[in-house]
Write a protein that binds this ligand. Sequence first.
Ligand SMILES: NC(=O)c1ccc[n+]([C@@H]2O[C@H](COP(=O)([O-])OP(=O)(O)OC[C@H]3O[C@@H](n4cnc5c(N)ncnc54)[C@H](OP(=O)(O)O)[C@@H]3O)[C@@H](O)[C@H]2O)c1
Length: 291
Amino acid sequence: MDCSMMKFKLQSGKFMPLIGFGTYLITGNQLIYQVLDEALAAGYRHIDTATVYHNETSIGQALKVLLPKYNLKREDIFITSKLAPIDQGEGAFSAVQESLKKLDCGYLDLYLIHWPGAGRLPVNSQENNKLRSKSWESLAKAVKAGLVKDIGVSNYTVKHLNELLMNDYGVKPSVNQVEWHPKFHQPELLNLCRQEGILLQAYSSLGGTGNSNLIRDPTVVQIAAQLQKTPAQVLLRWAVQQNIGIIPKARTEEHIKSNIDLNFEIPVEMMTRLSNLNSNEKFAWNPEVVA
Ligand SMILES: NC(=O)c1ccc[n+]([C@@H]2O[C@H](COP(=O)([O-])OP(=O)(O)OC[C@H]3O[C@@H](n4cnc5c(N)ncnc54)[C@H](OP(=O)(O)O)[C@@H]3O)[C@@H](O)[C@H]2O)c1
């Protein structure tokens, strides 16, 4: 099956394209328009943003022009945004309204609690737990009010996720978006997500911005050469081949195009070699420290 068409069924019964376009550190009306134009042309139908990326307004404005350009309707596109840690708690409902106003797209497909901790609280404070539970209660109300179709979490560890599953206010999480790549992946978390019907969505699949440790890893480079693909394609295909969502971020047209061109198979032995690179090497923030 064409990779760009692969979808995952969420708790609402709606489908999310497994491949999305990440927009962290992409800001400004002109740049957002340019990359989204290239992304839609390449076949991406899923955009990942967040309140803290400060690009929701630019994305909303760009889509007003780009959807008609590509003969697309709102429902042909999947849009995710995320709750800023500072808005954890009852304010989560108005945070969804605010994101929706900026994106100006009628409804959100998915809204995630960006981080298990709350802004201004020490990471080890037990108040974090109470606030993220309040956030979830508010987000469940946002689903009932029709502002958002599905809700989920990001950077939740097994502990955070189990705690949420015990008290989900009648709405199960659809997605857990976490750092995930051959050098950092956690089978226990993946098993829990699968058991609960939650999509594990990988971020920093390429090692994040400004760090080439992953993309230049000798095993990744060697496998890419053997398969006649780029190291980035191998890293992305490694995730997709395990039914893990991806949201690679890219600014150049060449990267944008090749990151969704993943219709090849990595042989089992190479998949194992890639998975065996697991060494707890992280490129992003560490949620294990959040109480
Ligand atoms: N929930 C969270 O806490 C969280 C945290 C981090 C990220 N995210 C989400 O996940 C998305 C992706 O993660 P990320 O931004 O950390 O980084 P990433 O996707 O792992 O890597 C982005 C970097 O890789 C480069 N790149 C892209 N395609 C490439 C290719 N084909 N070959 C070589 N280099 C390539 C990009 O360069 P160019 O830009 O120059 O093309 C950029 O420097 C973010 O944009 C965001 O939407 C979420």
